[in-house]
Every structure is written in structure tokens, then in C-alpha cells.
Write a protein that binds this ligand. Structure first.
Ligand code: NAP
Length: 239
């Protein structure tokens, strides 16, 4: 299983749970080699095989290199989780630049597209993809990051279309839309404690944990979800 952006946060929780479920895993990261190596060591302690690959999913040459390394090392790919994602400083749409929209879409949308394209060329019947979107796609994230919300809506639509293209080949493609989760991503928006601030607006009155997203991802990739494809599963505390 390849999980993009699995050195930290939701991705790290997903590869750890995947290892407990018997997967050998590829831990992808962009900058944080120490965190990635720590995750690899934790997986090896669970008795599974793991390698870390540094690759910026927004860079086509990096994605090519990553899949070539997967071919060399494992010779196959059964599951892909497009989890790596980014956002930028909170601001209203009227202050945003085109460059910023391009940076956010380069990772969240084009990176997801590139990895999906590479993966389906390698996948056999019974394989699966889960794209990690966001409940922001339904909320719009006004005054914070409309660009991010729009990029996640694009991921939702990509999931629906790709799922229909590969369904007859036995490959399932689904989306998980997390609500607000305790991770370091909120610091990128300039508000590390954002999760606690928005807690009162969540019907369940609490922030989610990365493990709760990982559980949904692993379930979607399992045979228990064998008739699900093109679906969007909200794991958002009711938002
Ligand atoms: P996070 O804690 O900030 O971790 C981000 C991970 O992605 C890190 O492993 C990072 O690698 C990697 N990454 C970032 N840019 C990358 C790139 N260009 N290429 C490859 N890897 C890259 O994030 P998170 O909160 O776990 O978020 C994971 C996913 O869930 C994202 O798609 C996010 O949009 C989505 N999500 C999160 C929340 C939330 O409240 N946390 C809510 C809804 C949706 P390094 O360690 O090397 O930097």
C-alpha cells in the first residue's frame, strides 16, 4: 500500500493501521525524513515491510521516480491512499493570488491525479484507491481557504469519474472526507489551535483523531466494502 504524505498526521495513522492489517507499505513524505523514518521503524516493529520514499507529489518527475522505486522494490501495488494535502495562510478569497491557487491545486488535485494515473496502470482486480478529501468541500471554508475547499471538491469529482472508468476492471475508488482532525496541518493556515476553536461548531462537540480517519480508509480498502465505489464517506462528527 502506498499512502502519500504518511510521515505525519492522518497518513501516518493510516500506514500504521495498514501494517496491523498485514499490508507492506510505502511511506511517502516531502520534507520530514526523520518523521518518515520513525514511521518506517514502527511498522517494521509490527513485522511488516516498509520503505520511505521522498517525493513531492506535485512534481511529475518525483511521482515517476516514486512509482519506479515501488516497481523495483515490491513489483506490484494493491492499494493507494492519496492523503498528502496542503493549505495556506487563512485569508478571504479577495486577497488570494493565482500563484497560491496553483500551489494548492498542484498538490491536492494534480498530485492526486498523477498518483491515480500511475497506480491504475499497475493495479489488478481487487485493488483499491482511497482519496482523502475534506468536509471543507461541502462547507467552502469562507475567510480561511476557499482555494483548499475547491481543490477538495475537485478530488471528490475525480473520484466519481475514475471509479466509473475502472469499475469493470475490479478496481474500487472512494473518497473519505474528514472533518476537523487533530494534526499539524492547521499550523499551515497560521492557527495551530484552529481545531479547538471550531470544536463548538461540530455537532459531536469534539475534534476527530487521525486514527478515526484511518479506520474508515482501511475499511473502504477491505472486502467489507466490496460493493462500494465512487462513494464519498464523511467522517466529520456530523458536520
Ligand atoms: P499533516 O499533519 O500536515 O501531514 C501532511 C503530510 O503530507 C505529511 O506527511 C507531509 O510530509 C505530506 N505532504 C505535504 N505536502 C506533500 C507533497 N507535496 N508531497 C508529498 N507529501 C506531502 O496533514 P493531515 O492533517 O494529516 O492531512 C492529511 C490529509 O487529510 C490532507 O489531504 C488534508 O487536506 C486532509 N484533511 C485534514 C483535516 C484535518 O483537520 N487535519 C481535515 C480534512 C481533511 P512532510 O512530513 O515531509 O512534510
Amino acid at each position: 500500500m502506498l499512502v502519500t504524505g504518511s510521515s505525519r498526521g492522518i497518513g501516518a495513522a493510516t500506514v500504521l493501521l495498514a501494517a496491523e492489517n498485514g499490508f507492506d507499505v510505502i511511506v511517502n513524505y516531502v520534507h520530514n525524513v526523520d518523521a518518515a523514518q520513525h514511521v518506517v521503524t514502527s511498522i517494521q516493529e509490527r513485522g511488516q515491510h516498509a520503505i520511505a520514499i521522498q517525493a513531492d507529489i506535485a512534481c511529475q518527475a518525483d511521482v515517476d521516480m516514486m512509482f519506479a522505486a515501488i516497481d523495483d522494490h515490491f513489483g506490484k501495488l494493491d492499494a493507494l491512499v492519496n492523503n498528502a494535502g496542503t493549505l495556506e495562510q487563512q485569508m478571504p478569497l479577495e486577497d488570494m493570488t493565482v500563484d497560491r491557487w496553483q500551489r494548492v491545486f498542484a498538490v491536492n488535485v494534480f498530485g492526486t491525479f498523477l498518483c491515480c494515473q500511475k497506480a491504475i496502470k499497475r493495479m489488478k482486480a481487487g485493488s483499491g484507491i482511497v482519496n482523502v478529501s475534506s468536509i471543507a468541500a461541502t462547507l467552502g471554508s469562507p475567510f480561511e481557504y476557499v482555494d483548499y475547499a475547491a481543490s477538495k471538491a475537485a478530488v471528490d469529482t475525480l473520484t466519481i469519474g475514475l471509479a466509473k472508468e475502472v469499475a469493470s476492471r475490479g478496481i474500487r475508488v472512494n473518497t473519505v472526507r474528514p472533518g476537523t482532525i487533530h494534526t499539524e496541518i492547521h499550523a499551515l493556515g497560521g492557527e495551530p489551535e484552529r481545531a479547538e476553536r471550531v470544536k463548538a461548531s461540530i455537532p459531536m462537540q469534539r475534534v476527530g483523531e487521525a486514527q478515526e480517519i484511518a479506520e474508515a480508509i482501511l475499511w473502504l480498502l477491505s472486502d467489507k466494502a466490496s460493493y462500494m465505489t465512487g462513494a464519498c464517506v464523511d467522517v466529520s462528527g456530523g458536520r
